[in-house]
Design a protein around this ligand. Structure first.
Ligand code: PMP
Length: 371
């Protein structure tokens, strides 16, 4: 087939070739049904097996206990920005949720929650989002309804590897893992809710996975949650109260399978570490030609923004040339988000080490030719 581009975009992301080929092989006849999976009823036994397999696989991959529900939602991670406060903002007498805002996406979530009630911004509103202030400066609510954070800021390139230690154990922790989900192991039981849209690390758009501690639902007192966002309704109906995004769930089933075949989260973790540390090495050894301004402690492994700098200033002309030449070598979607400019390299699960090495070789050559 035609040369496949290497897509370093922030999402929807590149899928592993094996997954695409398997979809292609089943395109006209899924499992002897004589139809494509997307033409099948969500109530069919063929589709039931797909969604059941997907749930079992993610339970295996993350060792999710039975006390947690696994839900297949629509509405994107953005839908969860509303669902979370609608369910839990008034969980405690404080009627306040703590939001740790470390970049564009947690800021969006905090602002959405403010439509529904009281939100405490744990750290002062930043503008650049290149660092996270020390935990001992955080302003926490005495007994908040929940503590919310985003484990990886896709645009700013800030990653928080673990639950912040300062948050007391009894506080429900809610996390948007949309851009680093399944790139490293984590302990589900530390969280009340984890959500992630699929189109970066484990599928295509249209599906958002929600992992949720079931007992919290019993405590929700809001009676006016829109049905489409209602966790209890989704739990009671096995994520099929209405027509679920069947094709997206099918792709995710394949991605979970692929992740297991690669060696699970241990393998994804090693891959993510190798790819990202090589890119950061090139940046840090470039004598200031490539600059990533994030505090090293919080550098993201999945989204790496950088500027190309000459005479102490970002050089937009060179950045444009970089994008043009990269594209001539079949590397696409490297343009930084307009909020930060420059270049952004996204290294999700579907990007191989070999592809990362192609980019690294190009970055070396580009510096030699333009320094
Ligand atoms: N959170 C994060 C961290 C994201 O990167 C994104 C999308 N890029 C979103 C939320 C929004 O996701 P969606 O487009 O699926 O609503």
């Amino acid at each position: 087939h035609a040369v496949r581009k290497i897509n370093f975009g922030a999402g929807p992301a590149q899928l592993p070739l094996e997954v695409l080929e398997s979809v292609q092989a089943e395109f006209l006849d899924f499992n002897g049904t004589g139809t494509n999976i997307m033409e099948l009823s969500h109530r069919s036994t063929a589709f039931a097996k797909v969604i059941e397999d997907a749930e079992q696989d993610i339970r295996d991959i993350l060792s999710i206990p039975d006390s947690y529900a696994v839900l297949f939602f629509q509405g994107g991670a953005t839908g969860q920005f509303s669902a979370v406060p609608l369910h839990f903002l008034n969980l405690k007498p404080s009627q306040t949720a703590d939001y740790l805002v470390t970049g564009y996406w947690s800021e969006k979530a905090a602002k959405e929650a403010e439509k529904f009630g009281k939100v405490n911004w744990v750290i002062p509103k930043g503008s650049k989002y290149q660092d996270v202030p020390d935990e001992d400066t955080w302003k926490l609510t005495e007994d908040p309804s929940y503590f919310y954070y985003c484990s990886n800021e896709t645009i700013h390139g800030i990653e928080l590897i673990d639950v912040p230690a300062i948050v007391p154990k009894h506080v429900p922790i809610i996390c948007d893992m949309s851009s680093n989900f399944l790139t490293r192991p984590f302990d589900v039981t530390k969280y009340a809710v984890v959500f992630s849209s699929a189109q970066k690390n484990f599928g295509i758009s249209g599906l958002t996975l929600v992992i949720l501690r079931k007992d919290l639902i019993e405590k929700t007192c809001n009676k006016s949650i829109p049905t489409i966002l209602d966790y209890k309704i989704h739990i009671d109906n096995g994520s099929m109260y209405n027509t679920p995004p069947t094709f997206s769930i099918y792709i995710t089933n394949k991605m979970f399978n692929w992740i297991k075949q690669q060696g699970g989260l241990k393998a994804m973790n090693e891959l993510s570490h190798k790819k990202s540390s090589r890119i950061y090495e090139i940046i840090d050894q470039s004598n200031g030609f490539y600059i990533n301004s994030i505090n090293k402690k919080y550098r993201s492994r999945t989204n790496i923004p950088f500027r190309i700098v000459t005479n102490g200033l970002p050089n937009e002309k060179l950045e444009t040339l970089f994008l043009k030449q990269a594209s001539q070598l079949n590397m696409i979607e490297l343009k930084g988000h307009r909020a930060v400019g420059g270049i952004r390299v996204s290294l999700y699960n579907g990007i191989t080490l070999e592809q990362t090495n192609i980019l690294i070789d190009f970055m070396r050559t580009f510096q030699t030719n333009n320094n």
